[in-house]
Design a protein around this ligand. Sequence first.
Ligand SMILES: Nc1ncnc2c1ncn2[C@@H]1O[C@H](COP(=O)(O)OP(=O)(O)OP(=O)(O)O)[C@@H](O)[C@H]1O
Ligand SMILES: [Mg+2]
Length: 376
Amino acid sequence: MNKDQILKLLKTVSYPGFTRDIVSFGIVEHIQVDKKNVNVVLKVAAAEGKRKTILNAVRKALEGSGVFEKVNVTLVTKVSDQPSSGPDEGIQPNQSIAGVKYVIAVASGKGGVGKSTVAANLAAALCEKSIQVGLLDLDIYGPSLPIILGLKEQPKLTQERKLIPLEFRGMKVMSFGFLSGDDSPAIWRGPLVARMTEQFFRDVVWGELDYLVLDLPPGTGDVQLTLTQKIKISGAVIVTTPQDLALADVRKGANMFQKVQTPIIGVIENMSGLRVEGKVLDSKGTPFANGLIHISGEESKALNEKGQFNLLLDLFKTGGGAKESQRLGVPLLGTIPISREIMEATDDGIPIVFQKPKSFVSNVYRDIVERIIESI
Ligand SMILES: Nc1ncnc2c1ncn2[C@@H]1O[C@H](COP(=O)(O)OP(=O)(O)OP(=O)(O)O)[C@@H](O)[C@H]1O
Ligand SMILES: [Mg+2]
């Protein structure tokens, strides 16, 4: 076997928790073949459990080929988990905005799929981990952050007429929507939306940030193109809904990022099924402990000792996100059900991760953040 054949073999090993293989993840550091001996070095910064899983899977694949007498697999950790280390540490820290390490773009081919809600909650979940986070709403036509975060203040300007972001529970936030008052700063009045967006992007003083989450306007128009070409985006997350129409639009977004060589971190399927929680009581208010609930078209579900249940109803044909992520060869980062709590949190102007940190969906957002961090 030569190096290429070994690489092909290693491509059959997927990274734990992802559908993507370890080669495309960029962890294969070194391969040395000497007749019947093979030596593979992998660079893995993951937790011990995952490291073991990878080590065993790689060993098994190489030994299973029946070609080698001696298989040697070594795992090295990155020199440092700091993103500023070494030239081959995966996605490079952003160079274009001083003090900002990584820029994550949240995009969608179609409007109204829940992109802004996802962006705000991912930022909130990052912030919870004591990571310095900025959230920038670049939707000039329909800025959402003022509603999602319930913010109405106008940002202040520095002496150099740069914008100082607002603070929301420890994260820094900026939106076109904050500037739409009568005395909005002149910097964003320009002939072209794309130019304005780019300028706006650069005219905010973020300070030191680990992650800047961008809420891109929906679609694949001028603004998105300018941004993806001119600003060094570390990775893009694409939000989709299960309907096929939304998926077709997602493809356009994904193709755009691929054209400008912005890595796609993964796909998030939002509004994927309807989550219903409740309890069944008799006419006296006594719980139907350990009973069954049956909804037409669904499988019966057991009530617990308090008569409580939770169900995920498949409203549309779900699973589109999985299909799309497979086609793009990128992981499905998570599926978020339609949830009344998410809608209520939007109405209250507090992302659900902050408002109801223990809720089911807050944990879904947290899991997605873990995957994003790991991928970056
Ligand atoms: N999983 C969900 N469950 C219930 N409601 C949701 C969910 N995700 C988003 N929503 C609601 O859907 C509406 C649209 O969401 P949002 O504004 O985040 O979409 P968007 O993709 O950013 O839209 P636009 O294209 O207009 O920017 C909001 O009212 C939001 O509360
Ligand atoms: Mg939006």
